[in-house]
Design a binder for this molecule. Sequence first.
Ligand code: SAH
Length: 464
Amino acid sequence: MGKEQKNVCAQHKGAERGQGACPVAKKCGGCQLQGIPYRKQLDQKHALVKQCVGDVRVLPPIGMTDPLHYRNKVHAAFGRDRKGNVICGVYESGTHRIVPVESCMIEDARADAIIATIRGLLKSFKIKTYDEDSGYGLLRHVMVRTAHATGEILVVLVLASPILPAKNNFVKALRAAHPEITSIVLNVNDRRTSMVLGERNILLYGKGYIEDELCGNRYRISPNSFYQVNAVQTAVLYKKAMEYAHLTGKETVIDAYCGIGTIGMTAAAHAKQVIGVELNPSAVKDAIANAKRNGCKNISFYNEDAGNYMRKLASVPARERVPVDVVFMDPPRRGSSETFLEAVTLLAPRRVVYISCDPHTLGRDLDYMRKHGYRIMECQPVDMFPYTDDIENVVLLEKTKTERKRTKNGLEIERTGKRNESERKSGTSKSGNRRHQEELRKARAAAGSRRPEASKPKSGKRTH
Ligand code: SAH
């Protein structure tokens, strides 16, 4: 057993006994469940999910055998301490003060080492860190992405200007210290914003993205695209999602909120055709390239708001459109929009597989679907984020029989849930709509968006 492996085991054992292994746990706030044995963490998450989703069979969460160093995307904010020394790390809970972090028990250790090297190089290259108050300085953040299966590593230097003095020598020095780096990108973020990444990327070395393998396909992942942060558990999650979808090769499938197309491409091998819908243009670009790379010919992508896309599809008379058999939906933390959910009920797929990282908004959306003709069959929590209070869920929804009959000819859908007199007359649920809107508003305010790919790691809460 190597030294590193021994350390990991000791750390894991300590964590298992509930000993907080992290010296900055309190200030950082990113690991809300520090000090709680892993088994107990899973039990807590199980209880939370059960509470949020109501009367649904919730299986025990699938946890990790080694729940440490799983994060394949690591951000570090750069700045100076009171003495003027360069520091890098995470923002202290509720502030914009940087808590220096040398190594983190949930982050990829290679990424942490690269960030430490960059910090050490700044002085000799006379690179100033950016000051949020004065707007003076250059280096704002470093983001490192590591690919679990291929080992590729992408370093993104987020600068306030497109010009990095002595950039060739800087790249040379960084690569000399870390030959494992496969690509380096300069990202320009010249706005006074809480977003980590700007839109412009300048290639300094390598391909400008990493490639990773997942469930038999290979994916390219650009700096601004979303990719699940825990590769080991993503494979577990997708396997369960495919099991729930029960594909036979004949189905038309929608992969809504598809990111770089990972769920859709995993499903495509077992379906007739797949349609992916995604709002982020960079992710759609990756998705199209990924489909080509994997020789996946029965998938197409739309760069659009998922709600708008579904509404347009649902407005085509049923006789004129191809029936949708299965919908995968994997919305951001704020959950789905009512436009989207309503369109799903109009399109009336036999099965909906809902993947969510926020049990609260999941519970709210399931409530809507339950009232509009879907039965919630089962919920499987998958622990993608050990030591934090986040939990991913995959849920199977099936169309109730009465509903399917009514929608065969494209007739209006009638809900199975109870409605009051005025709702029955108007044919809508105003209270339901109001409640949904109100909850959406609250959830947005409380959580922000789940995966604003480039948004600053809010103090105490990471963005996935
Ligand atoms: N299914 C993917 C990505 C899930 S993350 C995966 O497993 O990797 C959620 C995705 O929803 C992000 O890629 C985000 O850009 C996208 N998104 C956010 N709001 C959206 C909207 N209104 N319409 C479509 N996509 C949206």
